[in-house]
Write a protein that binds this ligand. Structure first.
Ligand SMILES: Nc1nc2c(ncn2[C@@H]2O[C@H](COP(=O)(O)OP(=O)(O)OP(=O)(O)O)[C@@H](O)[C@H]2O)c(=O)[nH]1
Ligand SMILES: [Mg+2]
Length: 562
C-alpha cells in the first residue's frame, strides 16, 4: 500500500440521519473510483462498510466503519457512520478525527433530527461541510424544497454548486455550475457519464443558479468582489479558488445532488472532495495537553514527533482487538515501540494496516493526517494517545455523555460465581458440538430425501419433506439458535472489553461476577439484544438488572455484583 503525505489526503466523515443512503453512497464512491468491482447494495448485504452480521441482517449501520479510495492522486478516507440517534456517538467519534463532513440528506425528507445533531458536532470540531442531497430518483424528491429546508435551518451559506437534471424518475445527472457542463449518467448503474452542453430546457435555470453562486463566492472575498464588479462575473478558476477557500473557512457549505443506488453523480462527488475539501496539512497546529493538564499547542507536520489518537476499538474474530487511530503529527512506523501517554506505559505497534471495510491492508508507515489501524495493542483503548516517549502530549478525545441505561449480568449462586466464565465457555463448546451434529444429521437426511425425490416423481409427500428439511436447515435447530444467542452475548462482552466508546467492563475483585456500565450506544444495543434474545432457560443461573438512569449522575457500581 502506497504511503500518502498530508496534502494528498482528505479525511471525510459521511454523516446524516438514518436511511439517507450514507452506506450506499460510500459503496458508490468505492465502485466509481475502482476500489471495488461491484456496486454494493444494502438489500443484498454486499456493502463494504456494513459488514457486521447484525448490520447485514438489520440493514442499518450500527458502528462507524472505514474505507478509502484513490481519486486523482489523492487518498480519500471515508468514515461511514450510523444515522440512528442511539448510535450518534459513533458519528461524533468519526467527526472528531475527520477534517470535513459530508452531510447526507434525503431529497424526499430533507433536514431531520440527526442532520441537525451532526451539523452541530461538525461545528463544534470546526469542520468544513459539504451537503449531499441523495435519493434524487425517489418519488416526491424535490431539490428546491430540500434546499429551502437546508437554508432555513443552517443559513444562506448553504449554496448549491450543482443543479439536478430532472427529479424523481427523470433524474439523470447534474449540471456543474462551475464548469457549466451537464453530466448525463447511464441508466444502467454503471456510473458512466457524458459531459455534454446544458440542455436547452435547463439553460435558463442553470444561468440563474450560477449567478447566485458567483455572488455568494464574491461576497466572501474583497479581491473577488472587485473582480466581480470589474468583469461583471468571475472566471472558472477564480470561482473554484474562491469556493475552496470559503469552504475551508466555513463561509460556504456547497450542496451537491446524487442517487447512490442508481450510481448517479459519484464522479462529481469525488471531484468535489478532492477540489474543495481541505487536506490535513491545511491545519498547521493542534491543541493538546501535557502531563500536568496544561494546554499545549503542537506542530502537525510529518517531520515533527509522532502523535496519534485512538478513536475506535473493535474486536475482529481473526485478528483480535483492532485499534483505529488518526496520526496527527510525525510518522508512525510498523514494528516500533511508542508510548501510551494517556496510560503512561510503553506500547509496541506491530503491523500497521489501513482498512477497507473489514479487509485489512498492510502498510509500512502512516504520515501525519492519515488514518490507520493496528491489531493487538497491549493496553491501549479508545481515547488514548500514542506518541514518542519524550513528548508527553495527550490529544483530547470525544467526551461521551453520561449513561442513560445501565445493566449488569451476574450469577445467582455463589458456586457459579467462582467459575462462571469457564462454565459459560464449556457449555458454549458443548452446545456448538451438538448443534453441528444435529445439522450434519439433518443435512444428510436432506440429501437422502432429495436423491429419492429426484429419482421418483415429485409426489406431494416428497415436496413436503424437502420443504420442511430445507427450512429446518435455514433456521437450524433450536440448539443452534441457543448457540447464536450465546455468541451474540459473547460478542457484546468482547466489544466492551475492547473499549468501544466509553463502555466499561469491570470485574469485582472478590469474584468473577462482571458488571457492565455502558454509555455507548452499540454496547447498549448489545445489552438489550442479549436480554431480548436469550430465552429464560438459557439465562438460567444469571440474574439481570436493567434500569433507566434516574439522574444524570447515575453509575452502575461493581459492588452491586459482589
Ligand atoms: N431510491 C433510492 N434508494 C436509495 C438511495 N440510496 C440508498 N437507498 C436505499 O435506502 C436504504 C437505506 O440506505 P443506507 O445506505 O443503509 O442508508 P444509511 O444512511 O447508511 O442508513 P443508516 O446506516 O441506518 O444510518 C437502502 O434500502 C438503500 O437501498 C438512492 O439514491 N435512491
Ligand atoms: Mg449506513
Amino acid at each position: 500500500m502506497k504511503v500518502y503525505s498530508g496534502s494528498e489526503i482528505r479525511n471525510v466523515a459521511v454523516v446524516g440521519h438514518n436511511d439517507t443512503g450514507k452506506t450506499t453512497l460510500v459503496s458508490q464512491l468505492l465502485f466509481d473510483a475502482g476500489a471495488t468491482t461491484r456496486l454494493g447494495r444494502i438489500e443484498d448485504g454486499t456493502t463494504t462498510t456494513d459488514f457486521d452480521p447484525d448490520e447485514i441482517e438489520r440493514k442499518h449501520s450500527i458502528s462507524a466503519a472505514f474505507a478509502h479510495v484513490e481519486w486523482k492522486n489523492t487518498k480519500i478516507n471515508l468514515l461511514d457512520t450510523p444515522g440512528f440517534g442511539i448510535f450518534m456517538m459513533e458519528a461524533k467519534s468519526a467527526l472528531r478525527v475527520a477534517d470535513s463532513a459530508a452531510i447526507v440528506v434525503s431529497g424526499v425528507t430533507g433536514v431531520e433530527v440527526s442532520t441537525e445533531r451532526v451539523w452541530k458536532f461538525a461545528e463544534e470540531f470546526g469542520l468544513a461541510r459539504i451537503v449531499i442531497v441523495n435519493k434524487m430518483d425517489r418519488e416526491r424528491a424535490s431539490a428546491s424544497r430540500t434546499l429551502d429546508a437546508l437554508q432555513k435551518k443552517f443559513g444562506k451559506n448553504v449554496v448549491p454548486i450543482q443543479m439536478p437534471m430532472g427529479e424523481e424518475h427523470d433524474f439523470s445527472g447534474v449540471i456543474d455550475l462551475v464548469s457549466m457542463k451537464a453530466l448525463k449518467y447511464a441508466a444502467d448503474g454503471s456510473g458512466k457519464f457524458d459531459a455534454i452542453d446544458i440542455p436547452a430546457e435547463h439553460k435558463a435555470a442553470a444561468d440563474e443558479w450560477r449567478e447566485k453562486l458567483i455572488e455568494k463566492v464574491a461576497e466572501g472575498d474583497d479581491t473577488l468582489m472587485e473582480r466581480f464588479f470589474e468583469q461583471g462575473g468571475l472566471s472558472q478558476e477564480e470561482l473554484l479558488d474562491g469556493l475552496k477557500r470559503e469552504v475551508a473557512h466555513h463561509q460556504i457549505f456547497p450542496v451537491l445532488y446524487a442517487s447512490a443506488s442508481h450510481n448517479i453523480a459519484g464522479h462529481s462527488l469525488l471531484d468535489a472532495f478532492v477540489n474543495l475539501l481541505p487536506s490535513p496539512e491545511e491545519v498547521k497546529t493542534l491543541d493538546g495537553i501535557d502531563r500536568k493538564g496544561e494546554k499545549l499547542v503542537f506542530d502537525r507536520r510529518p517531520e515533527a514527533f509522532p502523535a496519534a489518537l485512538v478513536f475506535k476499538t473493535f474486536s475482529d474474530p481473526f485478528s483480535g482487538r483492532i485499534a483505529l487511530f488518526r496520526v496527527y503529527s510525525g510518522t508512525l512506523k510498523s514494528d516500533t515501540a511508542y508510548w501510551n501517554t494517556t496510560k503512561d506505559h510503553e506500547e509496541r505497534i506491530g503491523k500497521l494496516q489501513v482498512l477497507q471495510g473489514k479487509q485489512q491492508i498492510p502498510v509500512s508507515e502512516l504520515k501525519a493526517g492519515d488514518i490507520g489501524a493496528v491489531a493487538k495493542l497491549k493496553d491501549t483503548h479508545t481515547g488514548d494517545t500514542i506518541a514518542a516517549k519524550d513528548h508527553q502530549i495527550q490529544i483530547p478525545s470525544v467526551q461521551y455523555p453520561e449513561a442513560a441505561i445501565a445493566f449488569a449480568v451476574e450469577p445467582k449462586a455463589r458456586a457459579m460465581r467462582t467459575n462462571s466464565a469457564q462454565r459459560s465457555r464449556a457449555s458454549s463448546k458443548k452446545i456448538r458440538r451438538s448443534a453441528s451434529r444435529a445439522i450434519r444429521k439433518r443435512k444428510s437426511s436432506s440429501s437422502q430425501v432429495r436423491d429419492s425425490c429426484t429419482s421418483r416423481s415429485s409426489s406431494p409427500s416428497c415436496t413436503r419433506n424437502m420443504e420442511s428439511t430445507s427450512s429446518f436447515i435455514r433456521r437450524r435447530s433450536p440448539i443452534a439458535r441457543r448457540l447464536r444467542s450465546r455468541q451474540m452475548h459473547t460478542a457484546g462482552t468482547r466489544s466492551s472489553q475492547a473499549g468501544m466508546g466509553s463502555s466499561r467492563i469491570a470485574r469485582s475483585p472478590s469474584s468473577r461476577c462482571r458488571a457492565v456500565q455502558t454509555s455507548n450506544s452499540s454496547m447498549r444495543f448489545s445489552a438489550a439484544r442479549f436480554l431480548a434474545s436469550t430465552s429464560p432457560r438459557s439465562r438460567r443461573g444469571f440474574r439481570t438488572h436493567g434500569r433507566k438512569a434516574s439522574s444524570p449522575g447515575f453509575r452502575w457500581s461493581t459492588s452491586a455484583c459482589a
